[in-house]
Design a protein around this ligand. Structure first.
Ligand code: SF4
Ligand code: SF4
Length: 204
């Protein structure tokens, strides 16, 4: 996929903190700032970037319909392009709207904006696999929920208010499950682990 023209990461370093990286040249766990990352500036080793970092970009860098304000550090949403067939159909590209733990309130707000609801509704109607990813407070565990089924009827109805209510209900439900996991009241084995592998072997 081509990058969106005239769009750069600027001071965003969300992927350098939130994603786990398995690369022979660089390995780090999720939710830990890469040792090569300078806060507020970005990568300090551009010249010798591991291939994973060179080849990987978040959805905001790849998808022109994402608004400028949806940059991950501004919005609290890290959108990942994924191929895994988890929506019940054959493997095909899908999108994970991954809520960053540090900005859950902001992320809920961004999800509920009319522009976001329009995008999600269109993706669901077009059959693009779409997921909501929510992590626990540690940022290392979480759940990933397919949205196509739960949002199918409201997306077809093109009713923004119903879409917003359904999406926020799903978001709150997932947060409740996360809290249950943290308190030991929910069996983590019931949950789909939040794990997004790309060819470049960056995962969350
Ligand atoms: S999350 Fe996206 S915008 Fe932010 S640094 Fe990574 S690739 Fe750039
Ligand atoms: S090497 Fe650079 S681009 Fe890659 S995770 Fe670390 S700071 Fe980010």
């Amino acid at each position: 996929m081509d990058l969106v023209r005239d769009r750069d990461c600027s001071v965003c370093t969300a992927c350098c903190r939130d994603l786990a990286i398995d690369d022979p040249a660089l390995s780090k766990p999720a939710a830990e700032l890469c040792t090569h990352c300078v806060a507020g500036q970005g990568c300090a080793i551009y010249a010798s970037w591991p291939s994973t970092c060179r080849e990987w970009h978040c959805g905001w860098r790849l998808l022109p319909w994402m608004a400028a304000g949806m940059r991950p550090d501004l919005s609290g949403l890290l959108v990942l392009v994924t191929v895994d067939g988890e929506a019940g159909g054959p493997s095909r590209p899908g999108l994970v709207f991954n809520v960053l733990p540090a900005a859950t309130g902001a992320a809920a707000e961004v999800l509920a904006r009319p522009a976001s609801l329009d995008i999600l509704g269109a993706l669901v109607r077009e059959g693009v696999p779409v997921f909501l990813g929510v992590k626990d407070a540690s940022g290392r565990h979480g759940v990933r929920l397919p949205l196509n089924g739960p949002l199918a009827s409201v997306a077809q109805g093109r009713d923004g208010d119903r879409m917003k209510a359904a999406l926020l209900r799903i978001y709150m439900d997932v947060q409740g499950v996360i809290r249950g996991m943290e308190a030991g009241d929910a069996d983590p084995s019931d949950m789909r682990p939040l794990r997004m592998r790309r060819p470049g072997m960056i995962r969350a």
